[in-house]
Design a protein around this ligand. Structure first.
Ligand SMILES: Nc1nc2c(ncn2[C@@H]2O[C@H](COP(=O)(O)OP(=O)(O)OP(=O)(O)O)[C@@H](O)[C@H]2O)c(=O)[nH]1
Length: 303
């Protein structure tokens, strides 16, 4: 009879959960992608594109980082979808070992202050000043950092550029110092606990944010209706779900061009991530009021 035993051969090493928190649009998703080196979390120019907690795992020889990308902190609108997102922030913070509080270098306003107020006192928090590549006056950073230093007892303060990859190694080393010494939490080959199905829907949703106007992406979501794997081939059947009949032609575009572009770009991302060949069939369907129906949210995987 064979028995499965836990593997104790892995020596103790810094390992644990790391949350990236901050107001929308500070660059949390870009930073996560940079830190794990894979395109897992979606990024876009518009605020509030992360509706889910996404976990990415980085395993180095001497440490394991399990990243949690929390939804943007939303105060403006109060539909059921946004309530779900705010709950996500609070929940994520209660489960982590280290928190990276991300702000834009040189900018600290009310939305940042509100997120800071959510951070638990008893956890190491690293202050990450992102987008330093955009800073014109570097000397002005000194008084800015001095002011922030007084706000709480930070585990470290690290300026970075998530986009350019500047100083992200320094950030990793500060996170490592703050992580508890324990065995690895995940198999070193693990990149994410999210299914390929979920990743596929996130890639499509990202294209909506990149290729459509300002309002439309917020009124749309993505449902994967079928996901078949056959050797190296994946057949994915997905629907873009919109609120109103009038949104449909906007997503399809003239001669179907917009929809074709969304599908083609999403398929390229999937091929890069999954390997093999990806066949993607994408269409648009109408489900009115989807964002305000909590029950429907659950069936779409938001809770
Ligand atoms: N110049 C510059 N831009 C950046 C940097 N990091 C992120 N950005 C840009 O900032 C915008 C927002 O980035 P995201 O990573 O989507 O931000 P987020 O905080 O995850 O946003 P939400 O999902 O809304 O919470 C995008 O246009 C990024 O390209 C950086 O280091 N420098």
């Amino acid at each position: 009879m064979t028995e499965t035993r836990p593997d104790f051969s892995q020596p103790l090493a810094p390992a644990g959960l790391v949350a990236l928190v901050g107001r929308p649009n500070v660059g949390k998703s870009t930073l996560l992608n940079r830190l794990i080196g894979e395109k897992l979390s979606i990024t876009s120019r518009k605020a509030q594109t992360t509706r889910h907690r996404i976990m990415g795992v980085r395993t180095d020889e001497d440490a394991q980082y399990v990243f949690v990308d929390t939804p943007g902190f939303q105060t403006k609108h109060s539909s059921a979808l946004n309530r779900t997102m705010n709950r996500g922030v609070t929940q994520a913070l209660q489960e982590v070992d280290v928190i990276c509080f991300v702000i834009e270098a040189g900018r600290f306003g009310d939305p940042d202050r509100k997120v800071l107020a959510l951070l638990p006192e008893d956890r190491p928090v690293i202050l990450v000043l992102n987008k330093i590549d955009e800073l014109k006056d570097k000397a002005a950073m000194l008084p800015f950092v001095a002011k922030l230093a007084a706000l709480r007892d930070w585990a470290a303060v690290v300026p970075v550029s998530a986009e350019k990859g500047t100083q992200t190694d320094a950030l990793l080393s500060e996170i490592k110092k703050a992580l508890p010494e324990q065995g690895f939490l995940y198999d070193p080959d693990t990149l994410t606990d999210r299914s390929e199905r979920f990743i596929a829907s996130e890639y499509i949703r990202e294209k909506l944010f990149r290729l459509l106007g300002d309002e439309l992406p917020y009124a749309a979501t993505v449902e994967i209706e079928k996901f078949e794997t056959e050797g190296e081939l994946r057949r994915i059947f997905a629907a873009i779900v919109v609120d109103r009949e009038s949104h449909k032609p906007m997503i399809i575009g003239r001669n179907g061009e917009t929809l074709k572009r969304i599908a083609s770009e999403a398929r390229q991302d999937m091929t890069r991530m999954f390997g093999g060949t990806v066949y993607l069939e994408l269409w648009v369907k109408v489900k009115s009021g989807w964002a305000d129906d909590e029950r429907l949210l659950r069936t779409l995987g938001y809770e």
